[in-house]
Design a protein around this ligand. Structure first.
Ligand code: G
Ligand code: MN
Length: 291
């Protein structure tokens, strides 16, 4: 009995220590992020979104990256929630958006990227903010690109935010010529009946559905249904997380028009994308029955 009590006590102590380590890292990262923003240490990696019909790079998705001198690379899914909680997300977005808009300007001068767009991530909370559109329009103008070159990928509680405000904001952005897509579709809170009320251009099938598409019948059927749903609503469908050819084949057989994933390219710095992005895509598509 004595031992059991001891073991239990140790478990709690371990639990406490893990909690406080986690908390300590969060506080440390929050403090470091303030400096990283001030010192322009947030960079951008670009991941192609491929048009499966012609193999062209339809867009590049800009992903914020942070490499800390002491801690090394900090994963986006760790620092983005911290930035959101600390009220730093709009500063991170401004930094990533400005850099990637300038990056797009360069990219569009290269063969293979003449018509490529830029896909930017936003939380639904940011999207619903009325100050967003004017700031974005100014930024786009200053970068020397056009709103038609931009797509916004919205994540989060798409169907939890006030519907009218959100629809209004989406309209404002779309009126400029920019496009709006739903990121990570199928996860979190979603309501199919409300999907068609939003003026949306595209939906991205969440990676978690695509991951088992080659061996899991249920996931395969879900993907088929999502593609059909998008096609029925006249919304473009992007398959995320395509890592191997068989997944690409299955998705394109279902009528999915766009794809993204390590099969084509990992997120790359601009200089790498200029050198090798095209090669990987051409190779990946040649191995399928598409080309
Ligand atoms: O939520 P969103 O789809 O924007 O997330 C982008 C993240 O997904 C990036 O961190 C990127 O590295 C990762 N990612 C992109 N393509 C793939 C892929 O093919 N497989 C896996 N496992 N992750 C991917
Ligand atoms: Mn995204």
């Amino acid at each position: 009995m004595y031992e059991a009590k001891n073991a239990g006590g140790n478990r709690f102590a371990l639990h406490d220590r893990k909690l406080s380590e986690g908390l300590h890292r969060r506080i440390l990262l929050e403090r470091k992020l303030v400096h990283a923003l001030a010192d322009d240490k947030i960079s951008v990696a670009y991941q192609p979104i491929v048009d499966l019909n012609d193999g062209g790079v339809h867009a590049v998705e800009a992903l914020a990256c942070w490499h800390d001198d002491e801690l090394g690379p900090i994963p986006a899914d760790e620092f983005i929630p911290i930035a959101e909680a600390a009220g730093l997300i709009s500063a991170v977005s401004v930094s990533a958006f400005q850099q990637s808009m300038r990056g797009l300007c360069q990219l569009r001068q290269e063969p293979g990227y003449l018509d490529t767009r830029l896909s930017l991530n936003l939380s639904v909370r940011q999207l619903a903010n009325e100050a967003l559109a004017p700031g974005l329009i100014k930024m786009i103008h200053e970068a020397g690109i056009l709103p038609e070159h931009i797509e916004f990928e919205a994540t989060g509680g798409f169907f939890q935010t006030d519907e009218d405000t959100l629809i209004d904001q989406i309209r404002k952005l779309r009126d400029t010529g920019a496009r709006i897509s739903v990121d990570d579709f199928g996860t979190g809170y979603s309501s199919l009946s409300r999907l068609k009320k939003y003026p949306l251009d595209a939906l991205k099938i969440d990676r978690s559905f695509v991951s088992g598409i080659d061996h899991d019948e249920a996931q395969r059927r879900l993907c088929a249904v999502i593609v059909e749903l998008g096609n029925a609503l006249n919304i473009l469908v992007v398959g995320e997380g395509i890592e191997i050819n068989i997944k690409l084949n299955i998705l394109s057989d279902y009528g999915c028009s766009f794809g993204q994933g390590y099969l084509f390219s990992r997120p790359l710095p601009l200089s790498d994308l200029l050198n090798q992005g095209q090669l990987n895509i051409a190779k990946a598509l040649r191995r399928t029955h598409l080309h």
